[in-house]
Design a protein around this ligand. Structure first.
Ligand code: ZN
Ligand code: ZN
Length: 181
């Protein structure tokens, strides 16, 4: 049973500034409540992995999560982190971004209503477009075509504004190099 809850805003859409500690704490509290409602537990390790993803503010590879985990708990074994990620995925708190093989926090930690993910292929910054109608229309078209989505994630490959700007300045700086090719 779902009650309307405020959306977690800890998911920063811009990659370079980590979410504020305050909204992060709020997001973790929401996630904790959400798990409890589902009769599950946000154990310290699951919570930590979620917190690392919130801190990162962008899609993060499992091995970097493991590295960060080891800085906090030196003995952390890969299965511990992978199991925590599996749990967070199945709870819908986290998305697996297949195009860059990384993980990111769901834009809304308390709803199973996922949006459409736009993923910067360069830096891993992810924005989740929360457009239920658009998503429904897309899913309906997919079903009409005789398919069913293989996962909850609808992923669009993109290049974020910061990376577009970086690319533009690179391009202007390296015109002679490009011409020499
Ligand atoms: Zn989501
Ligand atoms: Zn980017």
């Amino acid at each position: 049973m779902k009650t309307a809850k405020p959306a977690a805003t800890a998911h920063s859409t811009h990659a370079h500034e980590p979410a504020h500690a305050h909204s992060q704490e709020a997001a973790l509290t929401l996630a904790d409540e959400y798990c409890r409602e589902r009769g599950e537990k946000l154990t310290p390790i699951r919570r930590k992995v979620l917190e690392l993803l919130l801190n990162s503010g962008r899609a993060t590879k499992a091995y970097s999560l493991l590295d960060e985990m080891r800085q906090i708990h030196p003995g952390s074994a890969p299965p511990t982190v992978y199991r925590a990620l599996d749990f967070l995925l199945s709870a819908g708190l986290v998305h697996r971004i297949e195009s860059i093989n990384a993980f990111t926090v769901c834009h809304d930690l308390t709803q199973c209503q996922h949006g459409i993910l736009v993923v910067c292929q360069q830096c891993g910054s992810v924005t989740e477009l929360h457009q239920p109608k658009l998503r429904q229309a897309l899913v309906a078209q997919i079903q009409d075509a005789g398919y069913r989505l293989a996962s909850d994630e609808i992923e669009l490959k993109g290049l974020c504004a910061a990376c577009q700007a970086a690319e533009a300045s690179d391009a202007s700086a390296s015109i002679p190099v490009a011409a020499a090719k």
